[in-house]
Design a protein around this ligand. Structure first.
Ligand SMILES: [Zn+2]
Length: 157
C-alpha cells in the first residue's frame, strides 16, 4: 500500500490492540473508567474507538465508495480489516486505513486538546490526503512532483 509508514504502523498496532484506548486490556487497572468518552455508552475497545462508536456513523457510511458499506457486526479490528480487504480495491483500502488513522487523531485531539470532533472533517481530510499521496506517487516516476497538482488546478477551471 502507498500510505505513509506511520499509518501502516498504526494499523499494525490496532491489530494487536496496542493503541491506548480506554478499554484496552493493557490499560486496565490504570484507568478505572473504560467507557468511551465520545458516546458515553460502550467500552472503548480498539474496534469501538475506530469503527463501532455511534459518533462514527457518518464516517462508516461515507468513507467507503457507495454500495460497499455493509452493516455487519465485527468482533475485532482484525475481522473488520479482513472483511473489507476482500471487498475494496487497493486504493479504496488505502483510504480506509487513512480514515481509521484520522479518526484516532481526531479522538486524541478531542480528548487531550479539547478540539472539536467533526466527522465530516475526517472524511473530507482523508479523501484529500489519499488524493495527494497518489498525485505525488504517480508523478514521482516522471521527476515532476508538482505536475499532477498543476493539471488538477487547470481541470478545476
Ligand atoms: Zn463511543
Amino acid at each position: 500500500m502507498e500510505i505513509p509508514l506511520k499509518i501502516k504502523m498504526f494499523i499494525w498496532k490496532t491489530c494487536y490492540n496496542w493503541i491506548p484506548t480506554r478499554g484496552n486490556p493493557s490499560k486496565r487497572g490504570v484507568n478505572c473508567n473504560d467507557i468511551c468518552q465520545i458516546c458515553g455508552k460502550n467500552n472503548e475497545s480498539t474496534l469501538h474507538a475506530l469503527w463501532d462508536c455511534s459518533k462514527l456513523k457518518y464516517v462508516r457510511v461515507w468513507w467507503l465508495p457507495s454500495g460497499k458499506f455493509c452493516d455487519t457486526h465485527f468482533g475485532s479490528i482484525l475481522e473488520l480489516l479482513d472483511f473489507y480487504s476482500k471487498r475494496l480495491t487497493k486504493v479504496e483500502m488505502e483510504l480506509f486505513c487513512i480514515n481509521l488513522w484520522k479518526v484516532w487523531c481526531c479522538r486524541n485531539d478531542w480528548m487531550h486538546k479539547g478540539n472539536s470532533f467533526d466527522v465530516n472533517e475526517v472524511v473530507w481530510w482523508s479523501k484529500n490526503f489519499a488524493e495527494e499521496i497518489h498525485i505525488i506517487g504517480s508523478s514521482r516516476g516522471k521527476g515532476i512532483v508538482t505536475e499532477g497538482r498543476r493539471r488538477e488546478e487547470v481541470d478545476d477551471r
